[in-house]
Design a protein around this ligand. Structure first.
Ligand code: SF4
Ligand code: SF4
Length: 95
């Protein structure tokens, strides 16, 4: 499934999406993020599964537009550090 972390306001939709079917919990996206936005935790969407998944930390969820500002808009969407670091291509951004 697609797990969406973020919010929308009058200026747009700001979500980081993790494809939980692709994410293997490797954690490679965590250290490359200059804002410390991401973490690996238990798969909250499938508590019975014995696996981990990447997620946006709670403290960043409601301000993700600003947390990610240092990567945007200078970088092309495909060149974002988190996306580049993810081998199975499990991360997407809505903006
Ligand atoms: S866009 Fe940049 S700041 Fe936002 S999650 Fe990815 S690496 Fe972190
Ligand atoms: S790099 Fe990709 S596969 Fe690894 S934890 Fe992050 S989102 Fe999941």
């Amino acid at each position: 499934m697609i797990a969406n972390f973020g919010y929308k306001d009058g200026s747009g939709d700001y979500f980081i999406s993790i494809d939980t079917d692709k994410c293997n919990g490797c954690g490679d996206c965590v250290p490359v993020c200059p804002a410390g936005v991401l973490e690996v935790r238990d798969n909250e969407f499938d508590p019975l599964a014995d696996d981990k998944m990447a997620a946006v930390k709670e403290e960043h969820r409601k301000k993700i537009k600003y947390s990610c500002a240092q990567c945007k808009p200078e970088m092309n969407m495909k060149n974002l550090p988190c996306i580049m670091a993810c081998p199975p291509d499990a991360i997407a951004h809505s903006w």
